[in-house]
Design a binder for this molecule. Structure first.
Ligand SMILES: Nc1ncnc2c1ncn2[C@@H]1O[C@H](COP(=O)(O)OP(=O)(O)O)[C@@H](O)[C@H]1O
Ligand SMILES: [Mg+2]
Length: 333
């Protein structure tokens, strides 16, 4: 990993059009920087806006009903929030690969794996049909599919969940993108397969220096494989910090997520869960959106707009205005 910035997402907002006159803001403050070769985990409870944010910077929001309503997204210096179709055509799938959240539903069911890969590889003008076939085999080898010659001829319904996910990853890396966004790539897979897919993503990162955004609601999983994590809650990014410093978190929501780790629960003790529910989308209260659920709440948390990032160290930003009163050791809280 280098220090060179590949993606700079700054105060991004994503909205949907509910009707001709009604708009709903789904993401109202997202800031996240991704370096070349960095693996960034994006985590948060279901409904916090992770998928909508990712689709914003991959350019797959349905133009008709969802759009980026504020902020900027610089990808290698190009502002994607303002990009025209032609810019997107040069970037989507080519410089940014995507493993969508519904990927377990799988690759296109009516195409063989070979046809599927060739469809993607058509976008590489340097490849004729024969070299595209060779490259398809090579991609299946990269994602560690045994007997790629057999798998090439198969249809998705002949493959297990883990194999389908490998094929989806092969499609995402086919054109050697600089960034891969993998949205919950292991949700629904069993634990061993989960670990294998995580290892595969790590290997791809080290071999090709690809930046990866790994989306999940599972903090322990993300914390193990990513360099840094960004936490989202109720449509806003609330903390970014290095995974190795998770215990120095300065946001009560991150701390609560970390404490609810199953593997940290005492053997006979209760599983710690976060009290309350995240606020409903768009129905956000005054002040910090975590204030109803927070053990550290003060009067200042109940008023004003939702807090923006405060820079605590080069790689650590938090949105908690009371960060200074949060002690340094998660375990001692
Ligand atoms: N087209 C839409 N119209 C209205 N609400 C939507 C639309 N798309 C997504 N949402 C809502 O936006 C919120 C964030 O969704 P999403 O980004 O999928 O969350 P996550 O990926 O973190 O689980 C959810 O509450 C979802 O119901
Ligand atoms: Mg999602």
């Amino acid at each position: 990993m280098t220090n060179e910035l590949l993606v700079d997402i700054d105060s991004v907002q994503v909205s949907v059009k509910l009707s001709r006159t009604r708009r709903l803001q789904i993401v109202d403050y997202a800031s996240m920087q991704i370096r070349r070769g960095e693996m960034m985990g994006l985590i948060g409870e279901s409904g916090s806006g992770k998928t909508m944010l990712c689709r914003g910077f991959i350019g797959t929001l349905e133009r008709r009903d969802a759009y980026i309503s504020g902020g900027k997204i610089l990808f290698d210096g190009i502002d994607l929030a303002k990009a025209k179709d032609e810019t997107w055509r040069a970037i989507r799938g080519k410089r940014i690969g995507y493993v969508p959240q519904s990927a377990l539903a799988g690759p296109n069911p009516v195409l063989t794996i070979e046809a599927q890969l060739l469809e993607t590889l058509k976008n590489d003008p340097k490849l004729d049909r024969q070299s595209a076939r060779k490259r398809a085999m090579e991609l299946l080898e990269i994602v560690q599919i045994r007997r790629p010659d057999i798998v090439m001829k198969q249809y998705p319904n002949q493959l297990s969940g883990g194999m389908k996910q490998r094929v989806m990853i092969a499609c995402a890396i086919a054109l050697q993108p600089e960034l891969i966004v993998a949205d919950e790539p292991t949700t629904g897979l069993d634990v061993t397969v989960q670990a294998e897919i995580m290892k595969l993503l790590k290997d791809i990162r080290s071999e090709f220096n690809t930046s990866i955004v790994l989306v999940s609601h599972d903090l322990p999983l993300i914390n193990d494989v990513c360099d840094r994590i960004t936490v989202m809650h109720a449509g806003a990014t609330i903390e970014t910090l290095p995974s190795s410093e998770i215990e120095k978190s300065k946001h009560p929501y991150t701390i609560a997520l970390y404490k609810s780790r199953i593997d940290l629960a005492p053997p006979r003790g209760e599983l710690i869960t976060i009290k309350g529910q995240p606020p409903a989308v768009g129905n956000w209260q005054e002040g910090c959106r975590f204030n109803q659920r927070c053990d550290f709440v003060t009067d200042a948390c109940l008023v004003g707009p939702h807090p923006r990032y405060i820079q605590l160290a080069q790689d650590h930003q938090t949105a908690c205005i009371n960060h200074a009163s949060i002690s340094d050791k998660v375990g001692s809280r």
